[in-house]
Design a protein around this ligand. Structure first.
Ligand code: ADP
Ligand code: ASP
Ligand code: MG
Length: 448
């Protein structure tokens, strides 16, 4: 028998909110973890929705904190959260009380510990329960995951500290979603950030695999809320995944790719409710098998605006693009795409970046860029068609045009990345769901 240090490579396993929504789900999670002794490091989310219109604990906590800051009584406002956690503990039949933790949270709410602190308690408390249930060590993420003074995640310090802690902790539960600022206060990642924590932990322990357990059997070719029963993507590269998750494929947080990518650790997306399904394997670019289909996935986002500028002989005006980009930068606007013509340039931006500064921006653009014509058009949706199979194939754009024009959808913009890994089209928001549906049919159904 080997004693002491575990010598095999460890796997990091992250479970999303729906996977830990109640005691029944906790039991499935424990079965999964116990089925493979390499599953040493576990990242829980806060309990998510148990049924359609249920509320996630994270949202309950934001709400509770706002109420308490507004003068409400903590005990009363926190009662539904307390019930949620106590319900899980009693149904699991474990010998654990979180009452002292609840009192501490009440005290910290009273001293205005902040919304991030409040939200993070969902993962924190769920982590304590899961650690107890599994017999694993609980490691508070605030002890090993750090942000710098500007609030940016500090990868180097985190990797060193977390690596050192976990090196002496053979089996641990590390709550997702948060870390600590240099002054010790709690800061969260953006929503869905437990995926990022999982990736950070996988890098810190040099895991052989990062398993991300959720409520679907992998990364699907399209959003299942738009396309009925889309196919599962069996293997996808980091680069393809990055394109799809950036463009709104919600299954994995858009930043989760970075820590594991730098360490060449594959990710396996798996379904807690159907653990035997192979799921999706996300692998370093260059190690993937050829893809069966021309495209790997389709994803999209709404809420974009186009700043459309016309100026005769644009190219002969020295510094024209630089001046245009400088004005945008001065207003904190980051172009998503910039399709150009000979005398025209369109800048696609997130509509919310124009909030409260539209008039000022317009004035400044007229002053500095001196366009012949210029307008801002709202209500644009972007859809990305992504696939390594498109690289050498001819006629992909033609098929995109054909699918959309058959469905009477007007293409307002088209952009193909130089890597030929994606084609992005801009359409009216009202056509968004229909466009994803017809593109799925064009590329997936016609190839079967
Ligand atoms: P978790 O709580 O486990 O982190 P999320 O809700 O963040 O889970 O992500 C899983 C959900 O992402 C799925 O239930 C599905 O509705 C949605 N989703 C959107 N696009 C896709 C896609 N391309 N593939 C799979 N799921 C997707
Ligand atoms: N609980 C957090 C959220 O709801 C983080 C996560 O689930 O990943 O956004
Ligand atoms: Mg998620």
């Amino acid at each position: 028998m080997l004693k002491g240090r575990i010598i095999f490579m460890s796997k990091v396993v992250k479970f999303g909110g729906s996977s830990l929504a109640d005691a029944k789900q906790f039991k499935k999670v424990a079965d999964i973890i116990k089925a493979d002794e390499e599953r040493c490091y576990v990242i829980p989310s806060a309990p998510g929705k148990r049924f359609g219109d249920d509320t996630k604990v994270t949202d309950m906590l934001y709400h509770c904190y706002d109420e308490v800051v507004g003068g409400a009584d903590f005990a009363k406002s926190f009662a539904p959260v307390r019930e949620r956690f106590n319900g899980i503990i009693s149904e699991l039949g474990i010998d654990l009380s979180l009452e002292d933790e609840f009192v501490k949270i009440g005290r910290n709410f009273a001293s205005s510990a902040g919304r991030d602190y409040a939200a993070s308690r969902g993962e924190y408390l769920n982590g304590i329960i899961l650690a107890k249930y599994l017999g694993y060590t609980f490691v508070d993420a605030a002890k090993g995951i750090f942000f710098d003074n500007k609030g940016n995640f500090d990868g180097d310090i985190t990797n060193a500290c977390l690596g050192a802690i976990l090196d002496r902790t053979p089996r641990a539960v590390i709550p997702g979603f948060y870390g600590a600022m240099p002054d010790g206060s709690i800061k969260t990642f953006s929503r869905g950030g437990s995926d990022f924590t999982g990736s950070v932990v996988a890098k810190a322990v040099k895991a052989s695999l990062y398993e991300n357990w959720t409520d679907v059997s992998g990364f699907l070719v399209a959003d299942p809320r738009i396309v009925a029963n889309p196919e599962v993507i069996s293997v996808i590269t980091y680069s393809e995944l990055r394109e799809l998750s950036y463009m709104g494929a919600g299954v994995l947080h858009e930043d989760a790719i970075f820590p594991v990518r730098s360490a060449n650790i594959p990710i396996n997306i798996k379904n807690t409710n159907s653990p035997k399904d192979a799921g999706t394997l996300i692998v370093p670019t260059g190690t993937e098998p050829p893809s069966k289909y021309l495209i790997t996935g389709i994803a999209g986002k709404k809420d974009f605006s186009v700043i459309s500028i016309e100026k005769d002989r644009m190219n002969s005006h020295k510094g024209f693009m630089r001046r245009l980009l400088q004005v945008l930068e001065n207003h904190g606007i980051f172009p998503e795409h910039m399709p150009t013509g000979i005398d025209t340039v369109s800048v696609v931006v997130n509509s919310h970046e124009l909030d409260h500064q539209r008039e000022k921006l317009e004035e400044r653009l007229v002053e500095v860029v001196k366009p012949d014509h210029f307008e801002i058009i709202d209500g644009l949706a972007l859809i990305a068609i992504v696939g390594r199979g498109m690289r050498s194939a001819k006629g992909t754009a033609t098929r995109v045009f054909a699918a959309l024009s058959h469905a009477d959808i007007n293409i307002r913009m088209i952009d193909q990345g130089s890597s030929e890994l994606n084609i992005i089209v801009g359409i009216n928001e009202g056509d968004f769901e229909k466009a994803i549906g017809v593109l799925y049919d064009m590329f997936m159904l016609s190839e079967q």
